[in-house]
Write a protein that binds this ligand. Structure first.
Ligand SMILES: CSC[C@@H](O)[C@@H](O)C(=O)COP(=O)(O)O
Length: 351
């Protein structure tokens, strides 16, 4: 059985409620953009590529059964819904870039004399539906490219470390950083993978651990505070994480804690890779200082499973992401190849 976070067929969308995992596997229906926005904002679905896909598919659900008299009417509705959807979570760039693409397509269809409203609607729906397949294809390519670079010149199984959840639950399937780990395992060259708990939201303990157990990969869970000790004592070959937004210079926003892992990796001379599709790269921003970091409710820190664990009265700071400077990143593994951060900007022109 493959793990499927997003189920879509002909205008019907269901997502696996990730707030309930690993205790319960329950799918919920997304009836339109309101549901799409809420499921992203409350993190029933999370992970940069999955957020983009669910956001856009919720737009498909919204317009699927409706009839539009004019292309202008459809265009106005698309534009209103897209503007709303991109406010659901600010840091990951994938939904914003996907919304820009949908709007660009709508703009050009609006200008085409021969296209009517129904044909315009069908074209938009078809393009969005293709996102699911494309994401899986990109993840497979990232997996292959990543396995090739990690295994270059090494003829023994690898010990790897990852952070947060970047697998089937965070994407349309297979995963980015976890896709690389899956790909190494498929080549029978994974000795062991360590995943961090990923406080405070525990995507590692709840979701990555769930995927690793599901796929029967040799794996061990560690707390975030164990990373330095792990690198010091267990000879980790490489660290691979995902990305929510990569700036043109390679600075990378990813789950909080990524930056400190990169610092520790440098101290221990362990290669530190980011695995991300081009849909996570924001060539419009020069560096990471311009990335808006989402701050989430205090309750994610003070409570666990509805139970208060922090002393009442204490103040909290809860940024959901941090930015790892490009100089700490060995390479960025994409569907088109592996690039040094300094080589990334050139790829913008190649795309
Ligand atoms: C392929 S997922 C890449 C990133 O989105 C992932 O590493 C991450 O930081 C997810 O954060 P989340 O807050 O769970 O949406």
């Amino acid at each position: 059985m493959t793990l499927e976070a997003i189920k879509y067929k002909q205008g019907q969308l269901q997502i696996l409620d990730q707030l309930l995992l690993p205790g319960e596997s329950r799918y919920i229906s997304i009836a339109g953009v309101e549901d799409g926005w809420r499921s992203i904002n409350t993190m029933q679905v999370r992970g940069a590529p999955a957020i983009a896909i669910v956001g856009c598919l919720s737009l498909v659900v919204e317009i699927y059964g409706k009839q539009y008299e004019t292309k202008e009417e459809l265009h106005a509705e698309l534009s209103k819904h897209l503007q709303y959807l991109v406010t659901s979570r600010p840091t990951a760039v994938n939904l914003k870039l996907a919304a820009d693409d949908v709007l660009a397509q709508a703009n050009s269809l609006l200008d085409e004399k021969t296209t009517d409203a129904e044909t315009m609607k069908k074209s938009i729906i078809e393009s969005i539906e293709q996102m699911l397949e494309k994401d899986i294809k990109d993840n497979r390519a990232i997996g292959d490219n990543g396995a090739n670079v990690l295994l270059k010149g090494i003829d023994r199984p690898l010990k790897l470390l990852t952070h947060c959840n970047t697998g089937s639950l965070a994407t349309a399937g297979y995963g980015t950083a976890l896709g690389v780990i899956r790909s190494v395992h498929e080549r029978n060259l994974l000795e062991h993978v360590y995943c961090t708990e990923t406080r405070p939201y525990n995507q590692g303990a709840r979701l990555t651990a769930y995927e690793l157990v599901h796929d029967q990969l040799p794996a061990t869970l560690v707390t975030d505070s164990m990373v330095a000790a792990l690198l010091h004592t267990r000879k980790i070959d490489a660290i691979i994480v995902g990305a929510d937004r990569v700036a043109a210079n390679g600075d990378t926003a990813n789950k909080i804690g990524t930056y400190q892992i990169a610092v520790v990796a440098k101290h221990h001379q362990v290669p530190f890779y980011v695995a991300a599709p081009f849909t996570s790269i924001d060539f419009d921003i020069e560096d990471g200082s311009r990335i808006r970091i989402e701050e989430r409710p205090e309750k994610e820190l003070t409570h666990l499973g509805g139970q208060r664990i922090a002393a009442p009265g204490i103040g909290c700071w809860n940024p959901a992401f941090d930015v790892t400077p490009a100089e700490l990143i060995t390479g960025i593994i994409t569907e088109s190849g592996v690039f040094k951060p300094s080589e990334l900007a050139k790829q913008s022109k190649a795309k």
